[in-house]
Design a protein. Structure first.
Length: 252
């Protein structure tokens, strides 16, 4: 009887080990995926939360509310990326946004008067230069996938023209460096924007996260092996010959 009890205990232990080995850990961090950006990501954190739910993984996050591409009072988006590289330079995918605060903070005196003047464009030129240099650094550093979530419209009519202009200029840069553009403009509704008329509600953040994830699925970015590009039915993003990579994702 003692021998049979011992055998049963060993079998039970083996079953527990097998279950543990095929269950993703709650803190399953994919260090090769980095998120940088501003308060669209950082304010509620709900975009990252939803991406974690969709992917089964946690991505390294460096985004900061108030961040600009160039200048400002908090860590710029290029500095966030530099911090990520210092922590672990083996970065395969960057999920990011950026450029909005360069309008609302950095160039507010020139770009929030309801039109896009030469002065506004000149004020935003350093931000666009910083963004281009950042994309160059990412490619030189071996980043395979740049996933850029562009801006949706904001409800402030004085800033809207500048946001629309920056939206298009950033899209051109992302395309130049073969990144993947996630464009929420056609999908964002007034009801998904918070009381400040700028940031998404939690529901809006979850919608944005799903747009990002659908675009990543369609381009086989951070998906399980065997993914076929274009297999997603989503039409939520436009891409320009984005590089793709596969992640085994463990026992998901």
């Amino acid at each position: 009887m003692r021998k049979m009890g011992w055998v049963m205990a060993v079998c039970a232990l083996g079953l527990i080990v097998a279950i543990m080995n095929c269950t993703p850990a709650d803190d399953d961090v994919n260090n090769q995926v980095v998120m940088v950006g501003d308060s669209i990501f950082a304010l509620s954190g709900e975009i990252a939360n939803e991406l974690e739910r969709l992917s089964g993984e946690t991505y390294r996050s460096y985004y900061v509310s108030g961040a600009e591409m160039e200048g400002g009072f908090v860590k710029t988006i290029p500095t966030q990326y530099a911090d990520a590289v210092r922590a672990d330079s083996n970065i395969r995918t960057v999920i990011m946004d950026g450029g909005g605060n360069d309008i609302q903070i950095g160039a507010s005196s020139s770009c929030t008067n309801g039109s896009v003047t030469t002065a506004c464009k000149n004020a935003l030129a350093p931000a666009l230069t910083a963004a281009e240099n950042l994309f160059k650094q990412m490619r030189a550093g071996g980043v395979q996938n740049i996933v850029y979530m562009n801006y949706f419209y904001i409800m402030d009519s004085n800033s809207k023209p500048a946001f629309n202009w920056m939206h298009d200029e950033m899209a051109k840069l992302v395309q130049k460096y073969n990144g993947l553009i996630v464009d929420p403009m056609p999908y964002m509704k007034d009801s998904l924007i918070g009381s400040d008329n700028i940031h998404p509600t939690d529901e809006g953040s979850r919608m944005l996260a799903n747009l990002i994830w659908d675009a990543m699925k369609a381009n086989c970015i951070e998906q399980a092996s065997g993914c076929t590009p274009g297999s997603s039915s989503s039409s939520s993003s436009s891409s320009s010959s984005s590089s793709s990579s596969s992640s085994s994702g463990g026992c998901r």
